[in-house]
Design a protein around this ligand. Structure first.
Ligand code: GLV
Ligand code: MN
Ligand code: MN
Length: 435
């Protein structure tokens, strides 16, 4: 039990808004000029941002390291190593032209929480880790959540062989990021090592804003399946090949795109939550005067139900066999790129987050996450939970993504309060303040 002095120290603990803002702003400067906000994993710019972050972690009093999965980890030693580690974090890589706060907020807020706890002068019982997971967004190697997959043992070695458009293997890219691909045959952490994982994130949707709610407490995270579909026809001269003699791969691909959309709408209406998207397409030869001979699509399917996820592809391929292969004389090949299962957050953590929001006087609601997160992989290792703060107009994965500093700080305060509550050393009513 903490003594009086400890209680007072916690009571007076302050999160620094200026520091939170400085770190959010500083990270946003690591972007491709003219393309806000683009900081793709595995690039030199990303490495520079991580060097900066590692230095900030050290200045905050954390010891830092990069694990075999290329995750950057800052550690604040606890009094009782046997209690296990309480970890919090997210990612600082972005999609192209988006992601000013997506992921970044969760890393910066976890760092602020750990620093404020360190500065309170009282050592927590649990060791606290701040984690910047490697490459959460879909990478150029066709895999997302690379670091959290590696940490939780969900990065099968065949994924390490995936290559980027320049032919570099994912395993080599992980090595460039400071990892050790040869050590990724199993989980990097034992189940007994971690006592819990919390991730603060922007909502990336409109529910909190439209209901005027300050904090979202996540109950479950969608499962995501991604496939590459290659449609092959015949490349020909666009001026000399009559319409009836063409095998245009892009025409077949466009039929597939429409069918994906129609099938997802039907299923969503009759069966419950499922969304499907073709968000990426490339064509060969990719010339104004050539009939496309090959089209490569990425199909992504999301649902909170494993059955709905599993049931999407076969009817699509059955339809394509007739409508695209037979009628248009095209070939189709499909390769599964990745799969994450729908994941429930741990009830005790959900309850702790909701109670922490209430103690701080914030309105909150329980809600599912339609976006994928590192937390979904961490849930394989330890009790895991997430909290959301509103983002402007629900916009995300686009340059307009924005949040208020007030919401950022609210989220950081709930996160800190929940970490202290899980640590068991927070006296009842301990309220991390702001300055
Ligand atoms: C994460 O950004 C996702 O793809 O949901
Ligand atoms: Mn994202
Ligand atoms: Mn994210």
């Amino acid at each position: 039990m903490p003594g009086r002095a400890g209680q007072d120290t916690y009571w007076q603990m302050k999160l620094r808004e200026d520091r939170l803002q400085m770190r959010l702003d500083r990270l946003s400067e690591f972007t491709v000029p003219g393309r806000p906000w683009t900081r793709r994993a595995f690039t030199e710019r990303y490495a520079a941002a991580r060097d900066w972050l590692q230095n900030e972690m050290a200045l905050a009093g954390l010891t830092t390291r990069v694990d075999a999965g290329g995750n950057l980890i800052g550690t604040l030693e606890g009094r009782e190593p046997a209690h296990g580690i309480l970890a919090s974090g997210s990612h600082i890589d972005t999609v192209v032209d988006g992601g000013r706060y997506d992921g970044i907020l969760g890393v910066v807020a976890a760092l602020e929480a750990a620093q404020a706890i360190a500065e309170s002068g009282k050592q927590p019982g649990h060791t606290i880790e701040v984690i910047d997971f490697l490459s959460e967004e879909p990478s150029d190697y066709g895999v997302s959540c690379v670091g959290s997959r590696a940490m939780s043992g969900n990065l099968p070695t065949d994924l390490l062989e995936y290559t980027n458009p320049s032919g570099e293997r994912l395993g080599e890219a992980i090595r460039r990021a400071g990892g050790a691909p040869e050590k990724l045959e199993g989980p990097l952490r034992g189940k007994e090592e971690l006592a819990g994982f919390l991730e603060l994130h922007i909502e990336q949707g409109r529910v909190l804003e439209s209901t005027g709610t300050q904090i979202g407490v996540v109950t479950n995270i969608v499962g995501i399946r991604r496939y590459e579909i290659v449609v092959t026809g015949r490349a020909d001269h666009s001026g000399t090949t009559p319409m009836n003699l063409r095998q245009d791969a892009l025409v077949g691909a466009s039929r597939i795109v429409e069918r994906v959309n129609a099938q997802a709408r039907e299923l969503q209406a009759s069966n419950g939550y499922l969304v499907a998207t073709v968000g990426k397409i490339s064509v060969r030869p990719d010339a104004a005067n050539a009939v496309p001979g090959e089209a490569r699509l990425t199909l992504e399917v999301r649902s909170d139900s494993e059955d709905r996820l599993a049931g999407f592809l076969d009817p699509l391929l059955g339809w394509a066999e007739e409508a695209v292969c037979r009628q248009d004389a095209l070939q189709i090949e499909v390769r599964r790129l990745s799969a994450t299962h729908p994941t429930d957050c741990a009830e005790p953590i959900v309850d702790t987050l909701a109670a922490s929001a209430a103690e701080l006087g914030f309105s909150s609601m329980k809600m599912p996450s339609g976006a994928g997160h590192d937390a979904a992989h961490m849930a394989r290792l330890c009790p895991t939970g997430m909290l959301f703060v509103p983002c402007l107009d629900g916009r995300s994965h686009c340059p307009e993504e924005s949040i208020t500093m007030e919401d950022a700080l609210n989220g950081a305060r709930v996160l800190t309060r929940a970490l202290l509550a899980l640590d068991g050393t927070a006296p009842k009513g301990a309220v991390p303040g702001k300055s």
